[in-house]
Design a protein around this ligand. Structure first.
Ligand code: ZN
Length: 670
């Protein structure tokens, strides 16, 4: 895979630098020489122009430089041995190509400034300021401080003083290229390569920084090995829920070796950001009316393992030993504790089946049984459970690989001995429609071909009830449905779990419309607010639909969403201590946005014998992690063992692998 090799090259380069260069004679603090606070012990020579000869600065417009340079390095060797030069040589990889080659050009103009008549010509402050304006967010996104040697006030000069513009030639070239660009040229530039965990984090953070008015990233927790479970969010007011705006989530890479979904979600994030900025009407509407949460990798530890196997398989010396790699099947399905995350959620489906015959059983907001907490709960599972409980998600898709089909709950068979048994939820019609939305908008998923990856879904055109396909307990989709309002489908994106890099762009094209249609489909059915007679929203009220034994509950401000097919429905809102109100609602066939139905409930006089069975589980639903076994994950400060590793940004390794004292000026807040 090309991406890995690029990565390796950076490392090889780095090691080369460390071995050869970082045994520098005693040096002053960066910049001190320039300030004159550090006296030179060598014989003073009259500085004179000399040949440049710095590999990473060869693209400059001039060929002659001078030492000492602006930072006080007295020779080419000294300049090359510094962390400044090392940074310039790896910055392209660290920022994933962003602000490259601009940073290098400006950096080189400080490290190896042009020389005229045996005098230094300083670079222009205006070029530095322009660079800083465009690129400081890229540094922020990877938690790196703006390099001290790019301090515009310190090492740069004004036009009046006679300065040199290191970006002039690049700008001229770009303008030329732009004028010859046809308008049909693809507008969004996405690199269709695999993305390591570190690259993924920086890419998502940089995307959010680029689109900071509509995007933001947040972490829902950490994996077993301490990697971030990072979510990127898109909406018109990021970071907060807005009344009646539906929330939707997309989850990738739950199985660490099923990697296509992870890549598609990374591309989707970049696509949403750049298309919004370019004024794409459809994307702007989606983002302005929806709150989208994307967890590209739920299992970054598993991914790490799977990716390293694929990398090894490209090494001819290690090849031929494991044939399954050729089919894109690798280890890394489970998390680092060997737990299959899609079997690790509380099995609420069994509870439902057991209590089905009791008169007051509920199909919604089933609490997590205490016994669950005695078993092994993966930190990834834990983080996702907390996440889905904390936001009013309406619908969700979990992206997998190994088949080409959309499956929907229940995943667990209603008969314990039947491993393939149609086991519908009360929302069978709606789930089918959700699954259809994805499958039909996908380029090939609903085709009638019979030969797929093994199973055949041609009779149902690419969708299937999970338990009818194969039954399993403890899945994430069943949990979403039975514990929250959220309806989640499972998308199997293709036979290959780890397709070749060349497949990534075609796969994006096959899935792009399906992903966008799925985002749009959250604007269906009915939404509204349940309020009291003073107009205040009632939190936790139930909204039921006659004939569908699954209620939804209202969010913080009393708003709710009920995905529904067209037709006439009787809807009822209830809340503890309030009257019950029913409405007859007609949902036309061709609605392209959710209908609005509000309810006003009257406060009832307090009666001790209120129909308690309606709310038998509300109290216990609140019971989550009663033994606080996961407290340590919530607070990184008290995490044991790996504190050191977690304090430093991921790129720190690039600079700290040798005995050389690392460039602390790259750390923020130091
Ligand atoms: Zn899977």
């Amino acid at each position: 895979m090309r991406a890995y090799h690029k990565h390796l090259e950076v490392w090889a380069l780095l090691l080369f630098f460390m071995r050869t260069c970082w045994s520098v004679p005693q040096r002053c603090e960066p910049g001190d020489e320039f300030l004159g606070s550090c006296s030179s012990t060598t014989q003073e020579e009259t500085p004179a122009c000399t040949e440049m000869n710095l590999g990473y600065c060869n693209e400059m417009d001039y060929s002659r430089t001078i030492f000492p340079n602006i930072l006080g390095h007295r020779s080419r060797f000294e300049a090359e041995s510094g962390a400044e030069y090392l940074l310039l040589s790896v910055i392209h990889g660290l920022l994933n190509g962003e602000c490259s080659p601009e940073i290098r050009l400006v950096g080189c103009s400080v490290l190896a400034p042009p020389c005229r008549e045996d005098k230094v010509v300083k670079p222009c402050r205006s070029s530095c300021e322009a660079l800083r304006k465009d690129c400081s967010h890229a540094f922020e996104a990877i938690d790196m401080a703006w390099p001290y040697f790019l301090d515009c006030d310190r090492f740069f000069a004004s036009e009046e003083e006679g300065c040199f513009d290191p970006l002039a030639r690049l700008r001229a070239r770009q303008e030329l290229a732009l004028s010859s660009l046809s308008p049909e040229e693809p507008s969004t530039i996405i690199q269709f390569t695999y993305t390591s965990n570190a690259q993924m984090y920086s890419l998502l953070k940089r995307t959010a920084a680029k689109c900071s008015h509509i995007s933001h990233v947040y972490s829902i927790g950490r994996s077993t090995e301490g990697r971030d479970l990072l979510v990127i969010e898109f909406t018109d007011n990021p970071g907060q829920h807005e009344l009646l705006e539906p929330e939707i989530k997309l989850v990738g890479n739950m199985h660490g070796n099923e990697v296509l979904g992870r890549q598609l979600l990374i591309y989707l994030a970049q696509y949403l950001c750049s298309e919004y900025l370019l004024g794409n009407q459809r994307i702007q509407t989606i983002i302005n009316t929806t709150r989208i949460h994307i967890l590209a990798s739920m299992n970054p530890d598993g991914y790490e393992l799977a990716a390293s196997e694929v990398e090894d398989s490209n090494d001819p010396e290690l090849n031929n030993q494991e044939g399954h790699l050729l089919n894109g099947w690798t280890n890394g399905r489970t998390n680092a504790q060997n737990i299959d995350l899609n079997r690790n959620f509380p099995d609420l489906t069994s509870i439902l089946y057991r209590s089905r015959r009791s008169r007051h059983f509920r199909t919604d907001h089933i609490p997590i049984p205490d016994a669950y907490w005695f078993g092994k709960v993966a930190p990834e599972t834990y983080a996702v459970m907390k996440w889905v409980r904390s936001l009013p998600f309406v619908q969700s898709a979990s992206l997998h690989g190994g088949e080409l089909v959309v499956s929907y709950p229940f995943d667990f068979s209603k008969h314990p001995n039947e491993e393939r048994m149609f086991s519908p939820t009360p929302d069978e019609q709606m789930f089918k429609q959700l699954a259809r939305t994805y499958a039909d908008a996908h380029a090939t998923m609903s085709n009638n071909d019979t030969e797929r990856c093994g199973a055949s879904f041609y009779r149902t055109r690419g969708i299937i009830n999970g338990a009818q396909w194969y039954s399993f307990a403890g899945g994430m989709s069943d949990f979403n449905y039975l514990h929250t309002n959220c309806m989640e489908i499972t998308v199997e994106l293709g036979c290959d779990k780890f397709p070749s890099e060349a497949e990534l762009y075609p796969e994006w094209k096959r899935n792009k419309e399906a992903l966008l249609s799925f985002l749009e489909s959250v604007h269906r059915g009915i939404k509204g607010v349940v309020k009291d007679s003073d107009g205040n929203g009632i939190k936790g009220a139930s909204v039921s639909v006659r004939g569908i034994r699954k209620d939804v509950t209202t969010a913080e401000d009393g708003d709710y969403w009920r995905l529904l097919n067209s037709g006439t429905h009787i809807m009822t809102a209830t809340a503890k201590g309030y009257s019950r109100v029913s409405k007859r609602v007609s949902l036309p066939h061709n609605m392209n946005k959710a209908g609005r139905v509000d309810f006003v409930l009257q406060k009832l006089p307090v009666e001790p014998d209120i129909d308690d069975h309606l709310f038998p589980m509300v109290d216990t639903w609140e019971r989550f992690d009663p033994y606080n076994q996961f407290e340590r994950h919530g607070d990184p400060d008290v995490a044991e063992g790996e504190v050191e590793r977690e304090e430093k940004p991921w790129w720190w390794n690039y600079f700290s692998q040798s005995g050389f004292s690392p460039p602390n000026w790259l750390l923020r807040n130091v």
